[in-house]
Ligand binder design. Structure first.
Ligand SMILES: O=P(O)(O)OC[C@H]1O[C@](O)(CO)[C@@H](O)[C@@H]1O
Length: 526
């Protein structure tokens, strides 16, 4: 049995608060710095590695973190989760997204079925459907092949799948795996749907309506928007649309769709990229084999997360260093900086994944807690970010821990040598330079040009962003966020904080407003 206790009741946490702070300007300079970079690295799944040399940790801090991992029973809690304990206490649900990519423990039975079998079966159904679309066995009414897939969804039904699609688009083109172009409609802003519809040939487009609940206002509105466009083009919408939803949603039994694929209430929207939610669009765009490789990478990372040895469990290590930074060092944000254009929407996905999961002020039993929880997450690909917000990161008054991601090789393998180095080398040179600049700083008599340093970072490094590497990268962050929620004793798997705004928006649309809400409504001409 695991013991769910608040972090501030744990002896190891209290010991951690008393450890002397590590000065990166000292430990990262000279030979010692070189030794740290060589040694402070942990293998991840799919050939990636997590290097934490430039974090403010030493043996003493790591020792406290290992004790905290044990005392907070982090791996035992993970085990309870994947074996089917009701870890989502707020909604009284199991949390099973890891089972979409592998069997980690016991068979989990729920709703009268074996859940791993259910997820694998949906994946197989999607694979069969995608293969038929690619082979021209499922076509539009004129018997012509579909060339474009358009996902309609928002939040977890958009951000993860969109980020994953963009991450693999160029890789697929280079590796003969590109089957269909994918587009995404998410915002209820009519210009979003209109712009996508204007950019495609609707007669050859297959729309994937994705909503776990089947009730999300934006998604249902965009579905109507698309159906209207199909009708105006003289097309039968039901021959151009498939649904991905839960079996209990209003969409599940509708005859409006060519086919329906399922996930369930045990997979949070933001954790659904490896379920049918990501499976449909990614299998249609790149083929089921690519999606299977992506799942295999995630599964490798899930297995690593079972390791009780902190230095062999990269997600748990990353999580605990993050807790140390948030609760002991007092840093309010974390920035995600992929030096890979393919990961352009990955930070946006992590914003939801992390902040919707760990932006909580009560523990898993609904009691107020006395410590900080999830940090603010933001990010942009490098080197673009360097020319945008890095000024604040280098010299601002807040210290913002940085999560770099870098690959030795680019995806398309097209590159040029200019002034003695390729573009890829320039990209990678910038990551290395930034890590050291942030950690070590540079003294200057002119205060305006002085860099205090001591800005901690870690880097996830790989050879190339492949489907497998992407799966491992995604699962690393999912598992990190899960472990942090365990340490903070919060429920990372509900999102009550998104409800109030939705309720008030409905009142505005029904003209049931008063006071400030009424005046804002008038201001916006509703
Ligand atoms: O897939 P659905 O049910 O349409 O939900 C979309 C998104 O809305 C949210 O519930 C937040 O409003 C997210 O958690 C979810 O990813």
């Amino acid at each position: 049995m695991v013991n769910w206790s608040n972090m501030d009741t744990l002896g190891a946490y209290n010991a951690l608060t008393k450890v002397a702070k590590v000065d990166l300007t000292e430990v990262m300079s000279g030979e010692n710095g070189a030794k740290r970079v060589k040694e402070m690295t942990v293998p991840m799944g799919a050939g990636l590695s997590y290097n934490y040399a430039s974090k403010q940790v030493n043996e003493e801090v790591l020792d406290c973190l290992a004790k905290l991992a044990d005392e907070a029973q982090l791996v035992d809690k993970y085990e309870a989760l994947y074996n089917g304990e009701v870890v989502n206490t707020g909604e009284k649900r199991l949390v099973l997204h890891q089972l979409t990519r592998g069997q980690l423990g016991n068979d989990v039975m729920a709703d009268g079925v074996n859940k791993r079998e259910f997820y694998a079966n949906e994946q197989a159904r999607i694979a069969e459907f995608a293969n038929k679309v690619h082979a021209g066995e499922i076509t539009n009414a004129a018997g012509e092949k579909f060339t474009t897939v358009v996902q309609i969804g928002i939040g977890g039904s958009d951000l993860g799948p969109r980020a994953m699609y963009l991450a693999l688009e160029n890789w697929a083109k280079k590796n003969n795996a590109f089957k269909m172009e994918a587009k995404f409609i998410s915002n209820v802003d009519p210009d979003d749907a209109a712009a996508v519809l204007n950019s495609i040939d609707v007669a050859h487009s297959l729309f994937v309506l994705v909503s776990k609940s089947g009730t999300t206002l934006e998604t249902l509105t965009n579905e109507s928007f698309v159906k209207d466009a199909l009708k105006k083009a003289g097309l039968d919408a039901s021959k151009h649309m498939i649904a991905v939803t839960s079996q209990t949603s209003p969409l599940a039994k509708s005859s409006d769709y060519l086919a329906a694929f399922f996930m369930d209430d045990y997979i949070g929207g933001r954790f659904s990229s490896t379920s049918s939610v990501g499976g449909a669009v990614l299998s249609l765009a790149f083929g089921p084999e690519v999606f299977a490789d992506f799942l295999a990478g995630a599964a490798e990372e899930d297995v690593l997360a079972k390791n009780k040895d902190l230095l062999k469990n990269p997600a748990m290590l990353d999580a605990l260093i993050g807790v140390y930074e948030r609760n002991v060092l007092g840093y309010p944000c974390t920035t995600v900086l992929p030096y890979s254009q393919a990961l352009s929407r990955f930070p946006a996905h992590l914003q939801q994944l992390d902040m919707e999961s760990n932006g909580k002020s009560v523990n898993r039993f609904g009691e107020a807690i006395n410590y900080k929880t999830g940090p603010v997450i933001f990010g942009e690909p490098g080197t673009n970010g360097q020319h945008s917000f890095y000024q604040l990161l280098h010299q601002g008054t807040d210290i913002v821990p940085l999560q770099f991601i870098g690959f030795r090789n680019n995806q398309l393998e097209t590159d040029v040598d200019i002034q003695g180095s390729t573009s890829q080398q320039k990209l990678c040179a910038n990551v290395a330079a930034q890590i050291v600049a942030f950690a070590c700083g540079k003294k200057d008599d002119n205060a305006n040009k002085n860099f205090a340093g001591n800005r901690p970072s870690s880097i996830i490094v790989g050879d190339k962003l492949t489907p497998k590497a992407l799966g491992a990268l995604l699962a690393h962050f999912e598992n990190k966020i899960m472990f942090q929620g365990f340490v903070w004793n919060i429920n990372s798997f509900d999102q009550e904080g998104v409800q109030l705004g939705k309720v008030l928006a409905k009142k505005v649309l029904a003209h049931e407003t008063e006071g400030a809400l009424k005046v804002y409504s008038d201001l916006l001409n509703i």
